[in-house]
Ligand binder design. Structure first.
Ligand SMILES: Cc1cc2nc3c(=O)[nH]c(=O)nc-3n(C[C@H](O)[C@H](O)[C@H](O)COP(=O)(O)OP(=O)(O)OC[C@H]3O[C@@H](n4cnc5c(N)ncnc54)[C@H](O)[C@@H]3O)c2cc1C
Length: 572
């Protein structure tokens, strides 16, 4: 091609930008399909947001679900998505995702060390026709970080707030044993096992090597790309795409060796983690009340989207939310670190907690998904008062039993949290209301009404405890409603929560082959996008656990298979 005969510093078949779930999958599959692959990562660690996530992968109809005895079907998922999004939303991209998903999972298990497991219960986020209670949301099988040798240091660690004892990961399955180690022999054995392993790890490593959730997924992808011969460059950052005519033929990157022009014979895959901290994109795409906190690592600054826009691509935001959200509380630690703690599933649905807006009124079913919770924060409320921040309210017993945010269950001394004004305490509900600046009489009324619901086991206002998801995250020992318990005697506590984005939903317009499109729908030859660099197929909704990483993996796979020209006929 004329114009391509410039001088190149590096040449490759497939250039992948960004080493999260989408980029690592694209790089792995490109190499497995026989391409020479260069993966450029801006930071000195692989994993991106993926490494700090729960690593859940929402892919309907998998063989893994059948293997686990929780068979799921693509047909049921179609019914669910049509109920959630409307019939017409099942467009070509979503259709390709549904068809390709199970194929991709089997491909990865067959050809790499990536392994998935289907927990028996992990419900979809809405009780709609076709919803699954298990089998649809898969997890990565835990991984032993020691297998990576020195490269273990290149795996991005989980969020500091989610580790204990200086770097030990804790999975959902560990929590019951850790909370009651003496209740059964098997609890005790489990706790001793993980503590001894962690103690041994700390002789040699900066953190524990028993990798779970997002860290396990990333470590498995990393292990696989090393075996497949992908060339990986750290601290190598996309600056510009290089275009000849209307085709993307490579990219200019900055690296420790200086600025490099990289020729990509089969294409460039953008997988830089979406909007992230880009001030420009946040101002353009996110509502003002939700711009302050992102859960993305600092290296995610919208680079892929912005570079593609300069190459004539266009950002698309579905009719739903431009981002997917979690409510997060914020605390400045003694060493200056600012902890942003997403309230995912450990407290909001537990019995004895409620959330109020700044008028002191409930505005949401607190036990609904984190995304739905924040969507409610951002909507105008009956009270006319804002809910950013909103306040989670509970009594002392609740903190003892379940913890709240950064405060672990059973914590006896709350001084550190009170001093940092992370926890606000009041001897009475009125005193608490006064401290958080809401109307005392209203808050008393709200708590009384909540207690009335708790006594009857039915939340007449918001249906707390009515859905599969609510009950899954509640406390099964509390009946008849595992999400409702009376708020008892004082003192009372409040924690402020803010909207924070866990992923963009707005992103580059792409087609079902993961190719990036212009405003008028033309393909930009040589340019692919996957993961949060591309617009969500779920159009700003959040169907269930894993609905970012599932598509990130599938479209990473599709991008590489298309670039290699090896896509199976029925998916082409
Ligand atoms: C606490 C938490 C839990 C979550 N749990 C889940 C879950 O269970 N399931 C789910 O589906 N989603 C979950 N999410 C969301 C999900 O983790 C992310 O949206 C998803 O992992 C994004 O994947 P990605 O590949 O698009 O980007 P990332 O994983 O963020 O990777 C992007 C990579 O690109 C690199 N990069 C950025 N700019 C450049 C550049 N210019 N040049 C080179 N490299 C660059 C970054 O350094 C980064 O390594 C969670 C999020 C959070 C915060």
């Amino acid at each position: 091609m004329p114009g391509v005969e410039r001088s190149w510093d590096v040449e490759t078949d497939l250039l992948v930008i960004g080493a999260g779930a989408a980029g690592m999958t694209a790089a792995l599959v490109g190499a497995l399909e026989g391409l020479d692959v260069l993966l450029c990562e801006k930071s000195d660690m692989v994993g991106g947001t993926t490494a700090t996530s729960a690593g859940t992968v929402w892919i309907p109809g998998s063989s893994q679900s059948r293997r686990a005895g929780m068979p799921d079907s693509v047909e049921a998922a179609r019914i669910y998505l049509a109920a959630l999004l409307g019939e017409r939303a099942i467009d070509e991209r979503l259709d390709t995702f549904l068809k390709a998903g199970p194929v991709v999972l089997d491909y990865l298990e067959r050809k790499s060390s990536v392994r998935f497991t289907a927990p028996p219960v992990h419900p979809d986020y809405r009780d709609l026709p076709g919803a699954a209670t298990g089998g649809r949301a898969l997890g990565a099988v835990p991984f032993d970080g020691r297998e990576l040798g020195d490269d273990f240091a290149h795996i991005r660690p989980p969020r500091r707030e989610f580790m204990i004892l200086g770097g030990m990961m804790v999975g959902k399955q560990d929590i019951p044993a850790l909370l009651a180690p003496l209740r059964t022999w098997s609890n005790l054995r489990h706790v001793i096992g993980i503590l001894v392993r962690h103690a041994l790890d700390r002789f040699r490593y900066r953190r524990g090597t028993r990798l779970l959730m997002g860290n396990a997924l990333v470590a498995r992808l990393f292990d696989s790309i090393r075996r497949a011969g992908v060339r990986l460059r750290y601290q190598t950052e996309l600056r510009e795409l290089i275009i000849v005519g209307d085709e993307v033929v490579g990219a200019a990157v900055s690296s420790p060796a200086g600025a490099l022009a990289v020729r990509a014979r089969k294409g460039v895959v953008l997988a830089t983690g979406g909007i992230g901290w880009s001030r420009e994109l946040r101002e353009r795409l996110l509502p003002e009340a939700a711009r302050r906190y992102s859960l993305a690592p600092s290296s995610n600054t919208g680079d892929g989207i912005l570079a593609a826009e300069r190459a004539n691509a266009v950002v698309e935001s579905g009719p739903g939310s431009p981002a997917l959200w979690m409510p997060s509380s914020v605390m400045t630690q003694a060493d200056g670190h600012v902890s942003v703690f997403p309230h995912i599933m450990l407290d909001r649905a537990r019995p004895g907690l409620l959330a109020v807006d700044q008028a002191g009124r409930r505005f949401v079913n607190e036990a609904d998904s984190y995304h739905d919770f924040v969507e409610a924060m951002l909507r105008p409320h009956a009270s006319g008062s804002p809910a950013t921040p909103a306040f989670l309210i509970c009594d002392r017993l609740f903190i003892r039993d379940y913890g709240i945010g950064l405060v672990h269950p059973g914590t006896r001394n709350l001084d550190r949290f009170l001093k940092a004004r992370y926890l606000i305490k009041g001897a009475t509900i009125e005193a608490l209301a006064d401290k958080i600046g809401v109307d005392g009489r209203q808050l008393v009324q709200t708590v009384e009404r909540y207690n009335h619901h708790a006594e009857r086991g039915v939340d007449e206002d918001f249906g707390r405890g009515a859905s599969e998801l609510n009950r899954f995250n509640g406390d099964p020992l509390i009946q008849p409603n595992p999400c409702l318990r009376r708020i008892g005697p004082g003192p009372y506590y409040a924690v402020a929560v803010w909207p924070s984005d866990l992923a963009g939903s707005a992103g580059l317009r792409t087609d079902s082959a993961a190719r990036v499109l212009t405003r008028d729908g033309a393909v930009i030859p040589g340019l692919y996008a996957a993961g949060t660099d591309s617009c969500s197929i779920f159009r700003g909704t959040y169907p269930g656990p894993g609905t970012v990483i599932g598509p990130a993996i599938v479209f990473g796979w599709l991008a590489a298979m298309n670039a290699a020209g090896t896509l199976p006929g029925d998916l082409a």
